[in-house]
Write a protein that binds this ligand. Structure first.
Ligand code: ADP
Length: 503
């Protein structure tokens, strides 16, 4: 095992990696920018090295600064976390050139999977079905391909990620417009304007498989995660296992993922993302060559520490166990807590978190990057924490997560907590009947209506709604009597929608 590992990241994921390092008796080195002086990840690591100005480009994305920090601190390996340089082949290469171990796949694997067009070809060769799609030298070629394939199609950045630059087109005019827009975003966000198209799969679910490869051609899977609840193609809630997968479909998708990982002799932890159609077909979307934000749900159902597995594979080239030794237990579900104002178009928020209270419970896990008094900077992703609950079944896991969210307090900065609470109470979410577009298509409007009610009127609105639904939870206080406890407006939202009163 390594002696000292530099964590090339910040926030909750740096803290998550440091926790495993501590357990293994490996020293941890944090890096921090001007904006992160004294922040939580620097406080909990054994050492911290300053790497530059607040702008990520000059600090967390600065390959030279990070590699120098690793050398200067005497680390023998670097863990990239996710985001920043985690899927940057030049970084992995620079780390290796400096004589250190990169905890992740080889630079060649990062490059191959980083170009989604290339990844699709690799998947196809490995016998994994890909979403029908096409590449083209220019807009004319893409238009010909789209016309032949049929609309709607989705335009994607070849080097894309985080849902950025994706455009849906329902006809040729939209396609041409979308290509230009996608190229612009791709050039500025990914440094390459290349785009390609895929058939838009409607009413699909996002199913992804966690894999571990030893780098020598052996791989295993740790089951799937369902990340269908999305807004703007970005995940909001993630869970494992998927409630909508039959055991045959699970076998198909997990075996396909292992086949793909073995075909490329994948090294380390990776995720194979797929879309499951209403007809039950599974199609490869892309492979992420790093630890995912949502890895905790897999850890909770399998009992495998994925960071530890990454470290062990990097140090020894050995997988943590055999496939047949793996079992899954119960259900885990995670929400991403963001500093953003859901009532104002999910506008990112900055400021000082004057006070925070994280939930407590025997089956609750909180991966957070802030404590009371910490600040949220405009320079980085506004995700503050992930709150995760485990239970013997999906229903119990959701109940536990809701109780945890009700117990969470973040003061000083507006968060998406009300949105998450309302979402988990929506009947469709409880039943598991939704697709990747459902939040935007059906949930945002009633949620916005509820949020627009002035705060003191929320409880009244909720009571009125409950009364209209037959008074199930509405209590009318006699004059002079103590006021009844204010009904929970987010519970009321669920009842309102269940009652079919519409948006
Ligand atoms: P990114 O790498 O930017 O996250 P992905 O290719 O992983 O992009 O897709 C992200 C999400 O976008 C998917 O989970 C899904 O909701 C939607 N999506 C992507 N491709 C398609 C498609 N062909 N049809 C329908 N939805 C898609």
């Amino acid at each position: 095992m390594f002696r000292k590992v530099l964590i090339a990241n910040r926030g909750e994921i740096a803290r998550r990696i440091a926790a495993t390092l501590r357990e293994l008796g490996v020293r941890s080195v944090a890096v921090y920018s001007e904006a992160d002086r004294g922040s939580l990840h620097t406080r909990i690591c054994d050492e911290a090295v300053f790497i530059g100005p607040a702008e990520a480009r000059e600090s967390y994305l600065n390959i030279r600064a990070v590699v120098e920090a690793a050398q200067q601190s005497g680390a023998d390996a670097v863990h990239p976390g996710f985001g920043f340089l985690a899927e940057n082949a030049a970084f992995a290469e620079a780390v290796e050139k400096a004589g250190l171990t990169f905890i992740g796949p080889t630079p060649a694997q990062i490059t191959a999977m980083g170009d989604k067009r290339e990844a699709r070809k690799i998947a196809e060769r490995a016998g994994v079905p890909i979403v029908p799609g096409a590449e083209g030298a220019d807009a004319d070629a893409l238009a010909r391909a789209a016309n032949a394939m049929g609309y709607p199609v989705i335009i994607k950045a070849a080097l894309g990620g985080g849902g950025k630059g994706m455009q849906t087109a329902r006809n040729e005019a939209e396609l041409r417009e979308g290509i230009e827009a996608a190229q612009r975003v791709a050039a500025s966000a990914f440094g390459d304007p290349s785009v390609y198209i895929e058939k838009l799969l409607e009413h699909a679910r996002h199913i992804e498989v966690q894999v571990l490869g030893d780098g020598h051609g052996r791989a295993l899977h740790l089951y799937e995660r369902d990340c269908t609840l999305q807004r703007r193609h970005q995940k909001v809630v993630e869970e494992a296992p998927s409630a909508s997968l039959t055991s045959d479909q699970r076998t198909v998708v997990t075996h396909a993922a292992v086949r793909l990982a073995e075909a490329v002799r994948y090294r380390g932890a990776g995720t194979i993302e797929t879309l499951l159609t209403r007809e039950g077909q599974v199609y490869f979307l892309e492979m992420n060559t790093r630890l995912q934000v949502e890895h905790p749900v897999t850890e909770l159902i399998t009992g495998i520490d994925l960071v530890r597995a990454q470290l062990e594979i990097a140090a020894t080239g050995k997988l943590p166990c055999e496939q047949h030794q793996l079992q899954r237990h119960g259900h885990a579900i995670e929400v991403r807590l963001y500093a953003e104002d859901a009532a104002k178009g999910f506008l990112p928020q900055v400021g000082t978190v004057s006070r925070v209270r994280w939930p407590y419970g025997p089956f609750v896990r909180v991966d957070h990057g802030i404590e009371s008094g910490d600040s949220v900077s405009i320079h980085y992703d506004p995700m503050l924490a992930k709150i995760i609950a485990h239970g013997p079944d999906r229903e119990t896991a959701i109940e536990r997560l809701l109780a945890a969210l009700d117990d969470t307090r973040v003061h000083g900065v507006v968060t998406n907590l009300p949105f998450l609470k309302a979402l988990l109470r929506a009947p469709e979410v409880r039943k598991g009947s939704y697709d990747t577009e459902w939040i935007e298509r059906e949930f945002l409007q009633p949620f916005a209506a509820l949020m627009q009610a002035p705060a003191p009127e929320l409880a009244l609105a909720a009571a009125a709604i409950a009364e209209a639904l037959g008074g199930s939870n509405a209590t009318v206080a006699a004059p002079g009597a103590a006021p009844a406890a204010a009904p929970d407006p987010f519970a009321a939202l669920g009842r309102w929608r269940q009652g079919g009163l519409g948006a």
